[in-house]
Design a protein around this ligand. Structure first.
Ligand code: C2E
Ligand code: CA
Ligand code: CA
Length: 727
């Protein structure tokens, strides 16, 4: 599993940049705009309310002004009043009752004056009590502007005047009214003053539902109050009033703030929750992307790499080679392709098991990788097959040096299951552009070179040359021709070469040898077509056919031993023993007259199984001869493990007699050992009587060679036997 720590730091930063910040910004904007609009609305409605109340107050003031005037009017228009004033002696009692007292009691006029036409005070009252005319001096100057207007010639100005005035630092409502009816004016005027004091203001406030309306003059007001300047009609200020205005906005806020806070809290929480979810989702997404990426990379790796060794696989090699070839073409450089095949790897698998085999392959991969340059590619394309692509080859010697180093390195011992084991390697190399510029062509040619390397004895390397290609093409043709020759029984024959006793006079048996006369190519030697038959698997059918033919001959001459060559491929084929037994039986021959010639190779591949097969063959009656003795790994020791009947000393030994110094001594010791183990020793390739004599001296039992006869067709056998008898 992946955890957060495995995520790139950029994930966190990206999340903050792309999710957190925008969302937080949106939240802040929403909060701010909601708050601003709510506060603005509150403020606005507060302001509106103040304006409204201001209007109400103004209206109330103006109403009380009208009322004030009407109150005065009600008295000045009363005819008895003007009549009383016309009398020479003023009836003060009457005036007290009906003016001063009455206006105060009835309407609350606090200062009342009656002025004569010369604007002299004739009577004055304060709070309903008559006062001296002296008091008028307090008002005279303050009211002068209003009285002045009134003193215009009769009938020209307004008869009455009413206004807000300021008297003695107090705001007051002042009305002046001419006493008498319209057409009978007395010239007297009545002045009524009512102070806008607390009593008045309270009554007004109560009526208009205004809070705490009060006079403040010029003073400052606390911030929660509103202010209204009361101006007289003539202009000067009568003083300022303040009141506690209604604050619907504040009420709204009181109501809205908790609600808004709750809504904001909820939205913030929802946003936070959303962000958390988003974080988790993106985290999961990022993680699965990471996992996906990883598994994609892994799949990519698996698709292009060998699981066991981690080397490039065939697909990747194909790709690299194609690219390398393209580059080589562009830059006019050389690219080499090396195909490697381990020698005797099957042996390792059989002896140590597949796990050990795998370990060895891994070790081989390590050794190879260590040998190569960074720019070279090494891959595994089969069980024990490897490929190397080398770019930018400067000279052929580079490849040769590498091949030598590979062979030397890979043939060093491997430790498997605690013991040492060895494998070898064969290498085929092809070079671009000279051997080809196409991947497949280069592969094919490297493969041909590899084949040649293996064919020329393992542990070798071969660079491709054109002649190899030709031989390969020929091989393919030969394989096809061989198949049809076998099917049509045309051109393929078994000939027989006699085996002589040591005197060289007596024929003791024959070796069956294949002969093929190709319609176009003429005689093709078995050394050429047998390997092809082995490659194509055709050797199995051919081998059975040879055995049948040999059986026919054996049936005719039951006293003689007929030797048949067995290819390692036949030897290892499933059911081989039983098959051979059946053939001999079905031909009516006796297995005891048949000698099977096997080579050391079959013994080395798998000792235990080889031993078992040999024992089974011998139990079936066949005699076993070890052919070409001395050419392979030949250790005399080896022989003791395998119950064979005969060894056939290779003709190269025979032919080295008298040439190589110690050849006679070697043959002697082989013979001695063979005899010690109760084996018959035959010498092949005897061409001269000198060789015959030496072999006789060395103690050989039988001889075979051109000195006596080449292989002859079966119909010549009788003649040969007759001749010998006659001789
Ligand atoms: P081989 O089993 O060692 O057969 C003996 C080869 O030596 C034969 O070559 C034979 O003609 C040749 N030879 C015999 N005497 C002399 C001599 O004095 N001097 C020289 N230089 N050569 C001599 P051949 O017939 O060409 O066969 C070559 C190989 O082909 C055989 O070697 C054998 O391994 C294989 N072969 C032949 N026939 C068969 C067959 O029916 N089945 C199988 N599996 N292999 C066969
Ligand atoms: Ca042979
Ligand atoms: Ca031989």
């Amino acid at each position: 599993m992946f955890n957060k720590d495995q995520l790139p730091e950029s994930f966190r930063r990206e999340f903050i940049r792309e999710v957190f910040f925008p969302l937080a910004l949106v939240l802040v904007i929403v909060w701010a705009s909601a708050s601003i609009s709510v506060f603005w609305a509150a403020k606005h409605s507060n302001h509106e309310a103040v304006l409204q109340q201001e209007n109400i107050i103004k209206t109330a003031f103006s109403q009380s002004m009208t009322e004030h005037q009407r109150q005065l009017h009600s008295l000045t228009n009363w005819p008895p009043f003007s009549r009383i004033l016309q009398q020479p002696q003023l009836d003060m009692r009457w005036l007290d009752d009906n003016v001063g007292h009455w206006l105060y009691q009835m309407f609350g006029h606090q200062d009342i004056f009656i002025l004569n036409p010369q604007d002299r005070v004739v009577a004055g009252w304060q709070n309903g009590q008559r006062i001296t005319n002296q008091r008028w001096s307090l008002f005279e100057d303050a009211l002068a502007p209003w009285l002045l207007r009134q003193s215009q010639p009769h009938g020209s100005g307004t008869k009455d005047n009413v206004d807000f005035v300021r008297i003695d630092q107090r705001a007051a409502l002042m009305a002046a009214s001419a006493i008498g009816s319209e057409n009978a004016e007395s010239g007297y005027r009545l002045i009524g003053i009512k102070y806008l004091d607390d009593g008045f203001l309270n009554a007004l406030a109560q009526r208009s539902l205004i809070n705490h309306l009060h006079y403040i003059g010029e003073n400052a007001i606390p911030p929660d109050q509103a202010r209204l300047q009361l101006r007289s009609r003539l202009g000067p200020s009568a003083g300022d009033f303040a009141w506690l205005p209604e604050r619907p906005g504040a009420r709204m806020l009181k109501l809205l703030i908790p609600l808004m806070t709750a809504v904001l809290l909820v939205t913030t929480l929802v946003c936070a929750g959303m962000m958390l979810r988003l974080w988790r989702l993106r985290l999961r997404l990022a993680q699965s992307m990471l996992r996906l990426g990883a598994s994609e990379a892994q799949a990519q790796h698996l698709a292009f790499h060998d699981v066991l060794t981690g080397l490039a696989n065939r697909a990747l090699i194909d790709e690299r080679l194609t690219q390398a070839l393209a580059r080589a073409t562009r830059s006019h450089s050389q690219t080499a392709l090396l195909l490697l095949d381990l020698d005797r790897f099957k042996n390792i698998n059989d002896t140590y098991g597949h796990h050990a085999g795998d370990d060895l392959i891994i070790e081989v991969a390590h050794r190879l990788s260590a040998l190569l340059r960074e720019s070279d590619t090494v891959g595994r394309i089969g069980g024990d097959e490897f490929v190397i692509v080398m770019e930018d080859i400067q000279q052929l010697a580079d490849i040769e040096t590498l091949c030598q180093r590979i062979i030397a390195t890979l043939s060093m011992p491997y430790t498997l299951l605690g013991s040492e084991a060895w494998v070898g390697v064969s290498i085929g190399a092809a070079l671009a552009p000279q051997d080809g510029t196409e991947r497949q062509e280069l592969m094919r040619k490297a493969d041909i070179a590899l084949y040649e390397a293996k064919n020329d004895g393992r542990g070798q390397y071969r660079l491709f040359v054109r002649a190899m290609d030709e031989s390969v093409q020929t091989r393919q043709q030969i394989a096809a021709d061989l198949r049809s020759a076998l099917q049509q029984q045309q051109g393929l024959e078994v000939w027989y070469q006699p085996l002589m006793d040591i005197s060289g006079n007596q024929i003791v048996g024959f070796e069956a040898l294949l002969r093929w006369h190709h319609a176009q190519r003429g005689a093709i030697p078995p050394s050429e077509f047998i390997p092809i038959a082995e490659e194509t698997g055709l050797i199995l059918q051919i081998g059975e056919w040879v055995l049948r033919e040999a059986c026919h001959v054996s049936l005719r001459w039951p006293a003689l031993t007929i030797a048949v060559n067995v290819s390692p491929l036949q030897f290892r084929a499933a059911g081989f023993v039983q098959h051979f037994q059946e053939i001999v039986q079905s031909e009516g021959a006796d297995a005891r007259n048949i000698e099977l010639e096997i080579t050391e190779g079959v013994l080395i591949e798998d000792e235990r199984e080889a031993r078992a097969i040999i024992i089974a063959l011998r139990e079936a009656g066949f005699r076993i001869a070890l052919d070409d003795f001395g050419t392979g790994y030949s250790s005399l020791n080896y022989l003791s493990h395998f119950p064979v009947d005969k060894i056939k000393i290779d003709r190269s030994f025979t032919q080295s007699l008298g040439v190589a110094e110690n050849s006679a001594a070697i043959i002697e010791s082989v013979v001695r050992l063979g005899h010690a183990m109760g084996l018959t020793v035959t010498a092949e390739g005897v061409e001269t009587s000198g060789q015959m004599t030496a072999l006789k001296e060395a103690g050989c039992n039988q001889l075979q060679g051109y000195l006596f006869s080449q292989a002859v067709p079966p119909d010549k056998i009788a003649l040969m036997l007759d001749k010998r008898k006659a001789g």
